[in-house]
Design a protein around this ligand. Structure first.
Ligand code: SF4
Ligand code: SF4
Length: 345
């Protein structure tokens, strides 16, 4: 369930902290672990042998450092975050400070969602196709059914979105998965697969992807519950097909690996290899001395956590309406006791 407190206080602190400096991270992503109970073919993380986890005390140190650096949104991921036994305690500490979300493959969700939802504002469940297509990508049969069961249960407690990654294996099912989100009455976040060097290459064929991106834009305009903006999909088309790059601002997102190290300049370029322990550096100083301009025209990936915030402009009224006004409306609605009177979830 949402609370207004962290965002209001956080915004105020961020505004004060931002006086006199140019760059502050806004969104934080943290891989709690690399271990996973599934075996996705395109995923480099479950294959890693260098996992060394933070203790609960260190997780709290990390959260406090991110709060001091002006972060407002905290997203937990993995590996599979639900494999951490102390997940509730970590989320509770995050929830006091940030708008908190988590992404899960859904396998363990049904039995645990009630407890974790106490400390979450938003939940993403990965679905990469319908039925066997999803299971084939995940490498474990039955994972589609488990994820759907988890989504149905989670919807009772908090806002939920499908997280969908377009690969060459599921390109023909993009419309079906978007329809599924509508049928389940949840939103859908859509990204394009990026090929990591240490996993199977499943990124979609660029020629066919063009038509798929056009279809997504059309469905979005027709009111399907797609989270990313039309600008997001148009930016990918412009960059990858028309040679008109977007300006990437990786500094808006700070990613932290399972050891508590900041991944610079972004999640993708160094394949999740951390540089500095979050609580051992002055993040604001680092953020304002790092050579970010070298990465402005990179355009290599289209990960929503980097591209979508990079595109945000106060002068774009549609984006302001969709990303700020409607979200604040939903946020207040979710935080108010009145939602129960009105029958909201
Ligand atoms: S569910 Fe996520 S973390 Fe687990 S193997 Fe698949 S992509 Fe990797
Ligand atoms: S476009 Fe390049 S710099 Fe920006 S997030 Fe992707 S890989 Fe990193």
């Amino acid at each position: 369930m949402s609370t207004l407190k962290p965002m209001l206080l956080g915004n105020l602190k961020r505004a004060l902290l931002g006086l006199g400096v140019r760059k502050l991270p806004l969104i934080a992503g943290h891989k709690l672990l690399y271990t996973c109970n599934l075996r996705c073919r395109m995923c480099p993380f479950w294959r890693r042998k260098d996992e060394k986890l933070l203790s609960l005390e260190e997780e709290i140190l990390m959260l406090k450092s991110l709060e001091r650096a002006g972060v407002l949104f905290m997203g937990f991921e993995g590996g599979e975050p639900l494999l951490r036994k102390d997940l509730e305690q970590i989320l509770e500490e995050s929830y006091k400070r940030f708008y908190t979300s988590l992404v899960t493959n859904g396998w363990l969700l049904k039995d645990r969602v009630k407890r974790i939802s106490e400390y979450l504002d938003y939940l993403f469940v990965s679905i990469d196709g319908i039925g066997e297509v999803h299971d084939k990508i995940r490498g474990i049969s039955g994972s589609f059914e488990k994820a759907i069961e988890g989504i149905k249960e989670a919807k009772k407690y908090l806002p939920v979105s499908i997280s969908f990654t377009i690969t060459r294996e599921n390109m023909d099912q993009v419309k079906d998965v978007i329809e599924l989100s509508k049928k389940l009455d949840v939103k859908i976040s859509i990204q394009v697969e990026y090929d990591y060097t240490t996993a199977e290459k499943l990124s979609p064929d660029k020629k066919r992807l063009y038509q798929v991106l056009k279809l997504i834009i059309e469905l979005k305009k027709r009111g399907y519950p797609i989270i990313e903006s039309v600008d997001y999909f148009e930016a990918i088309i412009n960059s990858w097909y028309n040679n008109i790059p977007w300006k990437c601002k990786p500094w808006l997102t700070i990613n932290v690996d399972p050891q508590g190290k900041i991944v610079l300049p972004c999640y993708v370029l160094n394949e999740y290899s951390g540089n500095y322990k979050v609580w051992e550096v002055d993040i604001v100083k680092l953020w304002n001395s790092y050579p970010w301009s070298e990465y402005e025209s990179c355009n290599k990936c289209a990960l929503a956590c980097y591209l979508e915030p990079s595109l945000f402009k106060w002068s774009n009224s549609e984006m302001v309406k969709e990303k700020i006004i409607e979200n604040i409306g939903n946020y207040i609605y979710n935080a108010m006791p009145i939602k129960f009177l009105l029958g909201g979830k």
